[in-house]
Design a binder for this molecule. Sequence first.
Ligand code: DGJ
Length: 428
Amino acid sequence: MNVVSVKIRIGAFFAFAVACSFLSGCVSENYSGVNSSEYVKYSSFEPGKVLLDNNGRHVNAHGAGFIFDGGRYYMFGEHKLKGTLGNKAIVGIHCYSSADLYNWRDEGIALKVSHDPDSPIVVGTILERPKVVYNKKTGKYVMFVHLEKRVGATAKSTKLEDIFKEKPNYKTAQIAIAVSDKITGPYKFLETKRINAGKLPANDADELLKAKKILDEKYPDWKQTYLFTVRNNREKIKGQAFWQDFETGQMSRDFTVFVEDDKAYLITTSEQNSTIHIHELTDDFTDFTGKFVRVLHYGWHEAPAIFKKGGKYYMFTSYCTGWSPNPGRLSVSDSLMGEWKEVGNPCRGEGQKANRTYPAAKADTTFRSQSTYVIPVNGKKDAFIYVGDRWHPDDAIDGRYVFLPIEWENGLPVIKWYDSWDLSIFDK
Ligand code: DGJ
């Protein structure tokens, strides 16, 4: 075989692989899912197993957020494709609904990516961890998504081969906002941005101003050089990442949204993921009031998921290890914008045993998952479900969902593994 024919064969194979990958991720009658095409009626949760929807396709809503509305639960997540291309948004944000949390009905794509090269949500953009909330005042549903722009020479190309080759760099760190009159969409993209430019937080303005003085005096190039990357120096240069983004707005990567008493808050990993920011949203939930606090300073958290029980707020997070799972983390506070204290790993027990295809999933990897949401169970007092992603970055569409009940030990929430469980666990 000569070089030209080898190149043609490789090219043809690549085009075929990309086409298959694209088609397998589309919501169409041709889509075959990653597993069975049989319809399955579930009456329990089976964490980590393929979760089939009403059409027999693996539920495709990763990094999901949930909302209970009009007697049904709605799940919004990243629609992924096969292979590594699937880590970029080629289709959009997928919505499912369920009456019982076990069986999910496909409601279609709630926010579609754009094929306009100038759109901020052009195909190939990274759109992660969507969360939807309802605003009673405006009657609108508001969707938030972590957005990372495409970069490089091909950033405006809509060809899948170009998108496939682009390296994500996660430097945009913006929150995108979209609205809809109907819960299932279509959502109208409003804007994407960094947050609260030029604003100091409500809680540690004094410390930050002192830090800025130290930076100006001791590190004259602090604006250009990110000193945080020198791990040993972290303590000395606290505040640098905050000040680097002060004028243009604070970063927002992994996040969640929490609604309480008609007010909504964005809880987001900021300052290069070193510190969590909690931002108050405007009354219509589509902008920020300027009031925010910095919490869990320099704790390097990702994947925040919040819930409230009694007078206390609980937040699950992870460490920052990309797509690889790590030990879960629990933080507690008496008030949402108050002082948060990290109290340890909430996972307990032996976890999931290894089987022919998978290694064991123990408490030290959050049972091979990363938090994405905590669902309050409707009609059951103080019943909450931990939802995490078992990511599969090499074959993104095959990411699995880990739903586990939140139990309590010594006044704190704990998560234990169950191969199978149902909501009656909350009646005990
Ligand atoms: C971890 C985050 O939690 C995910 O949402 C995703 O952004 C990956 N990092 C990318 O490596």
